[in-house]
Design a protein around this ligand. Sequence first.
Ligand code: SF4
Ligand code: SF4
Length: 468
Amino acid sequence: MKDDSFRDHISTINEDGSRHFIFPKKPHGKFYDYRTYLSWFLLAFFFIGPFIKIKGNPLLMINVLERKFSLFGSMFYPQDFYIFVLMMITGIVFIVLFTVVFGRIFCGWLCPQTIFLEMVFRKIEFAIDGDRIRQMKLDKMPWNSEKYRKRISKWSIYFIISYLIANTFLAYVMGIEKVYEFYEVGPIANPGGFGALVIFTVAFYFVFASFREQACIIACPYGRLQGVLLDRKSIQVSYDYVRGEKETGRAKFKKSEDRSTTGKGDCIDCNQCVEVCPTGIDIRNGSQLECVNCTACMDACDSVMDSVNLPKGLIRYASEENIDNGEKPSFNARIIGYTTVLTILLIVVASLLFLRSDVDTTLLRLPGQLYQTEQNGDISNVFTYKMVNKTNFDKAVELKLISHKGEIEMVGHEAIVVKASERYEGTIFIKISKDQLNRTKNKVIIGVYEEGELIKKVKTNFIGPMKF
Ligand code: SF4
Ligand code: SF4
């Protein structure tokens, strides 16, 4: 009977409940190289991001305290909440569909936790402490000069990087200018800001130096959802048990033996895939909660297969169904269907984001007012307007009637100047000649112009006299 006891506990907790610290072997191979190149790009993006401004706005900012958000230079305020709700719904649908089709590709290739842990902190560890065996020896070693030297160097570098990450993270949360301010005024004048910096530095240090893969296994809600999102058709890092076990199961490699005639599987039970695994699992047991699809076992096994002259890909990207049927992952109807839905969702959200105007305008007819007849016979309605400038520049705008011939009379002032990131409110009269109004409730369109250029159209109802 298949031994499924590994599913009763997680790989990083011992039977007595203590932590089983993982010392993974340094991966080498094609996929590790690709992930390294991608990580350089993502890390550069993360650290340079706060310095990049688009139209004077941060590239990305999630300022929860002041309720200001920026995405690719477009500012969002509480009145844009509906876009956020749509984005969140789209995001959830996207994650579900993406995971159903492509498994945990995000975890292995894009997740900041994996990128920082595997591509920054772990690499520093390999450089200072050495590979797996040396790390294990060092861990067991009594505190001598070598251990002090290595531990102090490693922990100091970890601390500096955690501090840099904390600064960058705060720059995304409150803007780079606020972070500059911390340093200009000092910790005594700004204990809150400095406290946040210390808390985040310690938190990042703890996560990357100690908590590590536990974040993926225990804390990450996305990781916990895998059990319900993945099915037999989901593509993920998989061990080809059909090829690996064959009739008589895996067996150690013997140089002189013709393996194809023995019924032995292609897995030579070298344990390399287990030793490189940063979450300490054996992928040969099948799909597991702990697997972050980091591809380290794929590289390790490919290198083993190469050395024993067997085809690569014993561990590869494939669905359970692909493995059972001995087929390659292909763009079947399900993948094409889900990918189409994902693409449409992305286009809808991108359109919502990028087709917004810089100056959001709402126009409301003054409650309780119908219409007035002017001395020249024109009909006028009184409106209040609210504008929000979503940029970091003052905006001088004017309102013009587009749909009808007529005029807009500003109450109390002539020009509208909406200060950067601020709101502006006022009152206007819209005047339209009587012969242009066919009904009691007329749809009118008002244009918001900046330097003569139409930047937004606003629709509203204009009340006219009853027609008999
Ligand atoms: S690395 Fe490949 S051959 Fe070695 S134990 Fe893992 S699956 Fe088997
Ligand atoms: S099983 Fe393979 S892909 Fe999954 S976490 Fe371990 S090494 Fe990475």
